[in-house]
Design a protein around this ligand. Sequence first.
Ligand SMILES: [Ca+2]
Length: 466
Amino acid sequence: MRLTFALCLLLLVSSVFAEDRPNVVLIMADDQNWNDSGAYGNPDVKTPNIDRLASEGMRFTHCFTATAMCAPTRQQLYTGVFPIRNGAYPNHSKVKPGTKSIVHHFRKLGYRVGLSGKKHFGPEDSFPFENLTTRGDLNLPKIREFIKRDDGQPFVLVVTSHSPHLPWKEGDASQYDAEKLAVPPYLVDLPETRDALTEYYAEITDFDREVGEVMQAVDRNDHRDDTIFIYTSEQGAQFPHGKWTCYDNGLRTALVIRWPGHVEAGAVSAAMVQYVDILPTLLEAAGADPTSIDTGRPGAPDGGTGFDGRSFLPVLLGGETSHREYVYGAHTTRGIIAGTWIYPIRSVRSRNFQLIWNPNHAEKFQNVLTTTGGKSYYWTAWKEAAANGNRKAEKLVRIYQERPEYEFYDLRSDPYELNNLANDPAHAEMIQKLKQELADWIEQQGDKVIATEDAAKPHRTQQKPE
Ligand SMILES: [Ca+2]
């Protein structure tokens, strides 16, 4: 009798405890512009599943990664620590030994933690996910099995697609009529650009199908209500002013979070949040105190070993409407394909303004996008148009490759950052304020800027090309 009572009590306690520990499913695109979905206002691209998720959860309009490249973006998301402090700041890089991740922190809370899809992290000790990947691809049967597995344990599942990363070959580009597309202002309206957009949008629509498949696996296995379901777009696409830059279009990312009964359906938040804030938020949602967690790295904002990020759970639950006053960016060009040898970029953004610092601005900025005959074939067409008197093409090609030391943009009037106001005396005070904010962040991160860029090589997992 006493044993039965004890057992009942145990079951009751564990069920209450399980209720307190939601599952987490995070699905991430690869190089999708933050606003290239229906939910984020793109008038052409078809994303019915992302749109439905946004109608069921909270859509963040001001979420940012600190780096517009795959490996640093993912590792800051998984560690809650900015790239230079965690060590994974060049592309194809790994964190410093001993750095802990989402896997360690959630396992400590009793979770199983799996990943299916693109990895781009290292060393394995820092990211010991249960591997649901086959040859680097999403494995939907394994994803379904992981979600279905009934072992009384809550779970974290990270699903990382390869779409819409170049080459743009997934999906059906013929569903988009190139001539009818709206070409955004940061692109040159040429037939080659329109063709590229049809292929890019087809990959986004195919990624959206993957979002739908994973949502369905969660919902059909009765996990809709006990799961925090997240979609994020990673970073800017492989267009100028996107990936490999610190422009808004490079660093800004879509973030939609559904958590029935906790997060208001169809809510929109303009709070400024960064990727490093997401892990502390999820840990707090799971009942942990994120301010007491050891990331394995020294140099936190308070001088300890904690996160760079802070939980925005109060925003998610609807009690708060703001989070950060500033968001930061750091780009390392060294080591990327066809990249300039040394070209660090640092940035800071408030709600209305962005300051970008190019310490080695005398060099020409280049990467695979600017190579002639490369995968970004539209770039060759832009250069030809520039040489033939197309003034917009001339400007966009020039400002992408030839940059001043400082750039300053008023995002209210210039959301695509095409009009540099760094020398406008009307903004001198704000520029000075942002320079100071950026200098403080650089110091906290232990960032030596040019020397840090020069020391990129040992941080890389892939030593070619260089
Ligand atoms: Ca990427």
